[in-house]
Write a protein that binds this ligand. Structure first.
Ligand SMILES: C[S@@+](CC[C@H](N)C(=O)[O-])C[C@H]1O[C@@H](n2cnc3c(N)ncnc32)[C@H](O)[C@@H]1O
Length: 233
């Protein structure tokens, strides 16, 4: 692509300002990745999806640890950065340029684990619900979903961030029209992932961390059949 055309596209990018600011400064993996990758290794995780991978700091880290990593993001600028990192680290990532709005281009039960770092909240709750349903669909039974994010409501409100309330509880319009942020409460997030078992969930230093494990339908239907049998006898 010609440099001039690339500049025009970048200007139209919803996250251009973010990536020009400290967004592209996100070069280091999230501090939790070391422990999480050890946990994934123990659980024999193979395919991992980095949901809204941004500049790929975590995708590249996990690929270096030997996982088969898939990632997508709506931003061309971010994916350009991931590709540069990928070349430098000499790893192979399965990347897609994609704006997720309730449909993921992966087969059912494809992933052993999905990581969602500082993502998922940039939409209205109706879209978030559809995204979670898709996350459930593409996660294997007994597979893991790890979510980590700033609970930005508290500090962004303190800093007087330019955002306006919408008629939806917890959802704000942030900057330009159509750019929504949703701020979760613990119970709301747990409810969204109600078909998952909560392995860990805590808030620390204005951040929250959650590890969910998808229920295994086969195991739960076996349990159901056993209890049915017990009742009959
Ligand atoms: C705060 S960044 C976090 C990126 C990455 N997970 C990390 O921890 O470095 C949020 C990312 O979500 C992406 N994003 C936001 N909405 C999206 C959507 N609907 N579809 C795909 N990507 C989206 C943005 O382009 C941005 O890269």
């Amino acid at each position: 692509m010609k440099k001039r055309n690339r500049k025009i596209i970048d200007k139209l990018e919803p996250y251009a300002e973010y990536f020009k600011g400290n967004g592209l400064g996100q070069q280091f993996p999230s501090p939790s990745m070391e422990k999480l990758s050890a946990f994934f290794e123990k659980k024999r995780v193979h395919n991992v999806l980095d949901f809204c991978c941004g500049t790929g700091r975590n995708s590249v880290f996990l690929a270096q640890k030997g996982f088969s990593v898939y990632g997508f993001d709506a931003s061309r600028m971010a994916l350009r950065d991931v590709r540069a990192k990928q070349r430098k680290a000499n790893v192979n990532l399965h990347l897609k340029l994609l704006t997720v709005d309730g449909k993921l281009p992966y087969e059912d039960s494809f992933f052993d684990a999905i990581i969602i770092i500082r993502a998922l909240y940039q939409a209205r709750i109706s879209t978030i619900r559809k995204n979670v349903e898709e996350i459930r669909r593409v996660t294997k039974p007994s597979g893991f979903v790890y979510i980590e994010s700033n609970q930005q409501w508290v500090w962004e409100r303190k800093r007087n961030y330019e955002q306006t309330r919408t008629n939806e509880r917890g959802t704000y319009q942030h900057g330009r029209p159509g750019n929504y942020y949703h701020y979760f409460t613990k119970s709301e997030l747990k409810n969204l992932f109600k078909e998952f078992r909560t392995v860990r969930f805590y808030f620390k230093d204005r951040r929250f961390y959650a590890l969910f494990q998808k229920n295994d339908d086969k195991i739960s239907s076996k349990v159901h059949r056993v209890s049915h049998f017990v009742e009959k006898t």
